[in-house]
Write a protein that binds this ligand. Structure first.
Ligand code: GDP
Ligand code: IMO
Ligand code: MG
Length: 440
């Protein structure tokens, strides 16, 4: 059995927490896209874990897989594994030999290009982890894959081809002086050693085969999406997006498990009860201008500062056209709606129910970002709810959720014609009402 966890908005919807919530019934948790741009939080018994690359199932001792659709920075991977080991966990992480490797020059180029783009407001506000440049090299068929690190001859050959091009790009096109990040010998030595550690730990796998065999043997696999639908390279607000496909189709392509297998399992859309955004680009329901004090209040209450970069997140009302678009793109069979505690005590609430674009009412996201920027939301108002003892509510179940919050949740479920599987009302694993566990 499988379940796919997908961010339905702009990332940071609480995906890590949901993976952890149902993780006990999973045997393997596999990431299918992205890299260490992700920051997934798991809180259990007051212990907080922030994971960038190691799949969130590690907290429950599950096997983690980084699929071929991921871009892997081995430095981050090993330091994260070591840090978790110091905290008493023993992460068992397998990495697809087909996954692409983030090299130091990718990070440098990420920064250089963001600076260049900022003159024309085209910078996405990236996490600076080299994600875009690595996917560029993958598509350009000049990337270096995890499997290449295991074969020094191949590694050297690949580096000798690609590094001079990257150096020329930095120096001759962007006029930036570069260092060891662009030195073939230094890179070869460092990345050969990463390859040795991967081999010693028997960490590399043919992900598609490994996962498909496990599923055929009756194991439960959870696909852990990173980022979110509106920053998907195809379905998001291009160019203010990441460079991979967080939508559910990515789970198949990014692991090598057939879409027919992924499609037999549940696909759960993770929804934050409002919007948060760490990057740039338009955001129709943003709380800006006069509404800034409310945004500040939500940011403080929800701790809305980037997990990876620490940047304050932009805040907006829930946006239903964005969610309808996400539901269609991924085919959600269930929803996990988080952060209803953060909206408590704020008075009446608004939800962007539809948009007006050039005089016409529309219910989903238009295809170009310029059109999206012209969308004026039409709001629906909801009566707010008071702060309560959310841990007690979580223990007592759905009926204990304040009536007005139930109305808000049912509206989302009805609009998306999708059942609610879980409601998050605090960061801890126990601060959740579970209505359905897709792996049970
Ligand atoms: P992810 O990237 O989707 O895994 O989400 P992040 O971990 O980046 O951001 C979500 C933040 O909200 C984390 O600090 C979580 O611990 C926290 N969180 C998750 N669910 C809830 C919830 O229902 N209520 C509150 N208050 N915090 C939550
Ligand atoms: P999780 O998995 C929120 C955003 C960046 C930037 C854009 C491109 O924690 O939800 P990138 O470094 O990927 O090239 O940046 O995407 N971004 C995220 N925003 N949550 C994330 O991950 C994100 N990963 C990337 O802020 O706007
Ligand atoms: Mg995050």
């Amino acid at each position: 059995m499988t379940v796919t966890i997908v961010g339905s908005q702009l990332g940071d919807e609480g995906k890590g927490g949901v993976v952890d919530l149902w993780g006990d019934n999973a045997d393997i948790v596999a990431r299918y896209q992205g890299g260490d741009n992700a920051g997934h939080t798991v809180v259990h018994d007051g212990e907080e874990y922030k994971l960038s690359l190691v799949p969130s199932g590690a907290v429950r001792g599950k096997i983690g897989v980084l699929g071929n659709g991921c871009v892997v920075n081995p430095e981050t991977l090993f330091s994260e594994i070591d840090a978790l080991a110091e905290r008493g966990l023993s992460p068992d992480v397998r990495v697809a030999e087909r996954a692409h490797v983030i090299l130091p020059y990718h990070k440098v180029l990420d920064g250089i290009e963001e600076t260049a783009k900022s003159d024309s407001d085209l910078d996405a506000g990236t996490t600076g982890r080299g994600i875009g440049p690595t996917y560029e090299d993958k598509a350009g068929r000049r990337g270096i894959r995890i499997g290449d690190l295991l074969d020094p001859e191949v590694l050297r050959e690949r580096l000798e081809y690609v590094v001079p091009q990257k150096r020329a790009l930095a120096e001759d096109v962007f006029g930036v002086e570069v260092g060891d990040e662009f030195d073939v010998d230094a890179l070869f030595e460092q990345y050969k050693r990463f390859g040795e550690r991967l081999a010693e730990g028997e960490m590399t796998v043919n992900a598609g085969e490994f996962l498909t065999n496990a599923i055929k043997d009756g194991k439960n696999v959870m696909f852990e999406g990173a980022q979110g639908t509106s920053i998907d390279i195809d379905h998001g607000i291009y160019p203010y997006v990441t460079s991979s496909n967080p939508t559910s189709g990515g789970a198949a392509v990014g692991t090598g498990v057939a879409p027919t297998i992924v499609g037999k399992g549940d696909v759960v859309g993770i929804v934050k009860s409002y919007l948060s955004r760490v990057g740039t680009g338009p955001l129709p329901t943003e709380l800006d201008g006069d509404m800034k004090p409310l945004a500040d209040q939500i940011r403080e209450k929800g701790g809305e500062f980037g997990t990876v970069t620490g940047r304050p997140r932009r805040i907006g009302w829930l946006d239903m056209p964005m969610l309808r678009h996400a539901e269609r793109a991924s085919g959600f069979t269930g929803l996990a709606i988080n952060h209803i505690d953060v909206l408590a005590g704020l008075g009446d609430l608004k939800v962007g129910h539809s948009y007006t674009l050039d005089g016409e009412e529309i219910f989903t996201v238009p295809p170009t970002t310029e059109q999206w920027a012209r969308c004026e939301p039409t709001y629906k108002e909801f009566e707010g709810w008071d702060d309560v003892d959310w841990s007690a509510v979580a223990e007592d179940g759905w009926d204990a959720i304040p009536d007005n919050a139930q109305t808000y949740l049912e509206y989302i479920s009805d609009e998306l014609d999708t059942d609610i599987f879980a409601v998050g009302m605090g960061p801890d694993r126990d601060q959740t009402v579970i209505l359905e566990n897709p792996l049970e």
